[in-house]
Ligand binder design. Structure first.
Ligand code: ZN
Length: 280
């Protein structure tokens, strides 16, 4: 997979944090040979000389906030297709299978280098799943409305109460655009994770109905790729900016966006390793 060429800047004006990082769209690199541009060897050297303001190499720093030590993923499939369209029902089953497998996999083990005195990252579980069609948005929804709805679901016991290990994953229906932090799904981002008042950790997964969020992958592989990105970020930085964070490059998944590997038969994104100084 081609990695994205640019690091996406943090989104400003977000409801409760300017540190929220989004899973960016896929931007294929264009490959042009220098000779095709009529350039000579001097030009090659000029082009290869780094910018004077080149950003420092990635390194995550711990900012003393919470981690999710033993994640309990609860998936919420919000919209009519998740109940009635056979292809969506199958996709939903595949997403749940992905979580069941991945929260007990090497993808979680590799996060152990980010353990802190108070938090030891261990295998987790898929604690449950629910299809909800009530109040499903038709075309556009904001992050603020998603937060209101999540609070209402928790209050009504539609979904289980939050505890420090709970991470709600909200999958939206096809054709629903999410507006968050001045950007929108499929034009600025492919997914994100957030929190409500430093609890109620959640991730929002719009349906990847665009080339920028499919990145040439199948729908399922694009969804598991983005979901693994948000899963690892939520575990290591559930209140964005207060856990493991790099003030230039963002969270653990942002540094390695659109670089994938296969774990337990699922397409997952590589994650930044401080100890290896690489995406692994
Ligand atoms: Zn991210």
């Amino acid at each position: 997979m081609v990695k994205q060429a640019t690091i996406v800047a943090p989104l400003k004006g977000v409801t409760n944090s300017e540190f929220i990082r989004i899973a960016p769209l896929h931007h294929p690199k264009t490959k042009v040979e220098l000779k095709d541009l009529g350039q000579d060897a001097d030009d090659a050297e000029l082009i290869a000389t780094p910018l004077p303001t080149a950003p420092p190499p990635p390194h995550l720093v711990y900012n003393h906030g919470p981690l999710i030590p033993q994640v309990k993923v609860y998936t919420i499939f919000w919209g009519k297709n998740w109940k009635s369209a056979p292809a969506f029902v199958k996709l939903e089953q595949n997403i749940n299978k992905f979580f069941k497998d991945i929260v007990v996999s090497s993808l979680i083990d590799q996060l152990a280098e980010y353990n802190t005195p108070a938090f030891t990252i261990k295998h987790g579980s898929l604690s449950g799943s629910k299809v909800i069609t009530a109040n499903a948005p038709g075309s556009i929804i904001t992050d603020a409305v998603i937060q209101q709805q999540l609070k209402a679901w928790i209050a009504a016991n539609t979904v289980p109460a939050w505890d420090k290990n709970t991470l709600y994953f909200i999958y939206l229906d096809k054709g629903v655009t999410v507006h968050m932090g001045g950007g929108a799904s499929c034009t600025a981002f492919c997914g994100y994770h957030n929190h409500i008042s430093k609890k109620d950790y959640y991730a929002v997964m719009p349906f990847p109905g665009c080339a920028g969020c499919l990145g040439g992958l199948s729908v399922l592989n694009a969804i598991t790729g983005t979901s693994s990105h948000e899963l690892c970020e939520a575990i290591t930085d559930p209140v964005p900016g207060t856990g493991w964070y790099d003030s230039v490059h963002g969270e653990i998944g942002d540094i390695c966006a659109w670089a994938f590997k296969s774990v337990a038969g699922h397409n997952v994104q590589k994650e930044w390793s401080n100890s290896m100084n690489a995406c692994v």
